[in-house]
Design a protein around this ligand. Sequence first.
Ligand SMILES: [Zn+2]
Length: 218
Amino acid sequence: MIPIKRLPAPDVLSRNEERWRTAFLEERARDPQKRPSSKQYAHPDIVSTLEAMSHHKCFYCEQSTKQTQREVDHYIDVAEDPTRAFTWENLYLSCWECNHRKQPHRAIPATCCVDPCAPDAQPSAHLMFEKELIRAREGSAQGLATIKKYKLDRKDLDHKRLKQLQLFNEALVRIKDAQIADGRKDMNENEKAVLRSFCQPDFPFSLMFKVHLEQHRL
Ligand SMILES: [Zn+2]
């Protein structure tokens, strides 16, 4: 998870939000199980704006949504607050796994978790990594709640993070070999740039690499 800066609401939502919400709430008054239409809240223009905000990554786990099914998630569940079903600030981009494994608001309220879209969001203050394994930083309650709510410690994610980490470690070995061959102690700027590219916001699992680069003092 990394901080996400929200772009302005797409036109299709600004134009229709009020009408969609009113119609949905009327239907829900008749049928309390009624769900909002994903053709509306997950309109292609809404998805593409959310993708632009997150560099095509899940807001929660940072895996690329180009390689997995993506969905529009309601940050505050529809069951908890149906009036926010079409509220732009409540729409997040999620991979299928984070969305479907998510614990309901009543079990773990989103308000107890790290919100990547909060103006002062600092996921790295609450989440850290030991190799590919996610941990709450210094026992952060918000970090722990976030890991539990979205199941960020699940096996499929550990496996994907490990594969990316292996690419980082291979780059590190190549750099160390070049340093030995050249009789250098320090990395040159090109080598530092190669390692820093892993923690750019468009790179999958960039928070994990930020933590690892800090350990390498880069
Ligand atoms: Zn995810």
